[in-house]
Design a protein. Structure first.
Length: 193
């Protein structure tokens, strides 16, 4: 489950997409829509946000119980149907366009910070899954190696990982792309080296 909805507790600072070209400046999600800068997406406005909203505090309880782990899949996936995305050039549907510190901060770090504020550092996995498996060299060589909140990142490579696998390019199998039935998944898992 990848998180994107605020379940604010006392003392938690609300996070949201930084206004376009304004660095880390913040704006309240309660600000009237007409006053929000282009590119501002309150956290409740993303598809993932709606899913996590249904979990509400139950997601935190499930994570505490060990039933699920909550990882990072980006702030808004650069989803093409959203009216605004958190990206300096308004890139859509191509996560390889996250190629600089500002965009990586809005898409990856902001989501990771929110997860940690919501469920606590001890329950955060520190794992990131690239939307559609797409990434940019900047993330692999500069962003991820230069921070400490993420431990590894997953592509959609569709192959087994091994000791030589780059921790920022761990392949994952995707339902529909690499398997589409329980039998196919079992066969895939049994083919593991």
């Amino acid at each position: 489950m990848f998180i994107g909805y605020p379940h604010f507790k006392a003392g938690h600072k609300p996070l949201q997409c930084a206004p376009r070209f304004q660095g880390t400046e913040q704006m309240s999600p309660a600000a009237p829509v007409k006053d929000r800068p282009r590119g501002f997406v309150p956290i409740g406005g993303t598809p993932v946000a709606r899913a996590i909203r249904r979990l509400n505090a139950g997601g935190v309880h499930a994570a505490e119980s060990g039933l699920i782990e909550i990882g990072n899949h980006s702030w808004d996936h650069l989803h093409p149907t959203l009216p605004n995305v958190c990206h300096s050039r308004d890139a859509r549907n191509d996560f390889s366009q996250v190629d600089n510190a500002v965009d990586a901060g809005m898409q990856i770090q902001q989501a990771e910070d929110f997860i940690r504020q919501t469920i606590g550092d001890d329950l955060a996995t520190g794992l990131f899954a690239y939307p559609d498996g797409k990434t940019h060299r900047y993330l692999l060589t500069k962003f991820f190696p230069g921070q400490t909140s993420n431990r590894a990142a997953f592509t959609t490579g569709g192959q087994h990982a091994g000791p030589e696998t780059d921790r920022w390019l761990i392949p994952r199998y995707v339902c529909g792309n690499h398997w589409n039935s329980t039998d196919a998944l079992v066969q895939l898992l049994q083919s593991s080296p």
